[in-house]
Write a protein that binds this ligand. Structure first.
Ligand code: URA
Ligand code: SF4
Length: 218
């Protein structure tokens, strides 16, 4: 459910639309409070005929300014990992569980610090992700990190327990996916690699997981 004061994204999602139609409608989403301080909605990038959909957490500082997902440091690492796993990013569709940047700021002119979206915000924004997946009907969905994993699989889902294996993509109870996609693969978030003490091992793990997703596309 959404906040008491906000309806969640569902009322803003057009009933039948293309990806571009969703993107246009999402610019005016007021489904939760996160639109208030962010610069703009960061919807997605990539082809509407993509067979692989990558789902991150939420836009970061640079994504918020530029209006595109994964264009900052995490995006650069993701690009490299996709390349090393044999997945062409140009053939992927990239989106986030939450479409507005959530941050804290100590004062005027201070750096904006990423804040993890909470369960209510993830739930509020999920109708966009559900609508995207219904239209795209990809062969494999890659959940990057816990927020994406829980948005897609429910709050009990643990990436650490389930990463790197193909999971049959189940239609969510109460939220039927008209055309269910076949697989979901969960892995760590690229930002977790950037934060890791042993970056090299963390990066290799991300690439290994992505290679499992690449097998579906082969
Ligand atoms: N991290 C994410 O989860 N998504 C982005 O778009 C950028 C950074
Ligand atoms: Fe709408 Fe999602 Fe932005 Fe909240 S975060 S206002 S639900 S697009």
């Amino acid at each position: 459910m959404a906040d008491d004061d906000f309806p969640g994204a569902q009322p803003f999602v057009p009933a039948s639309a293309t990806i571009d139609g969703l993107r246009a409608a999402a610019r005016d989403c007021r489904g939760c409070h996160l639109y208030e301080n962010a610069t703009q909605t960061v919807f997605s990038s990539g082809s509407a005929t993509a067979r692989v959909v990558l789902v991150g957490e939420q836009p970061g500082d640079q994504e918020d300014r530029r209006g595109e997902p994964f264009v900052g440091p995490a995006g650069a690492l993701l690009d490299r990992a996709l390349d090393d796993a044999g997945i062409d990013r140009k053939l992927a569709y990239v989106t986030n569980a939450v479409k507005h940047f959530k941050f804290s700021q100590a004062g005027e002119g201070k750096r904006r610090i990423h804040q993890k979206p909470d369960q209510r915000e993830v739930n509020a924004c999920r109708p966009w992700l559900t609508a995207e997946l219904e239209i795209l009907d990809p062969d494999v969905i890659v959940a990057l990190g816990a927020t994406a994993g829980q948005s897609l699989m429910g709050r009990d889902f643990r990436v650490t327990r389930s990463r790197g294996v193909l999971i049959e993509w189940p239609p969510r109870e109460g939220e039927p996916l008209a055309k269910a996609s076949r697989f979901l693969l969960a892995t760590i978030h690229p930002s977790a690699v950037l934060r890791a003490d042993d970056r090299e091992t963390a990066y290799a793990g991300l690439v290994d997981d992505l290679k499992v997703a690449a097998q579906v596309l082969a």
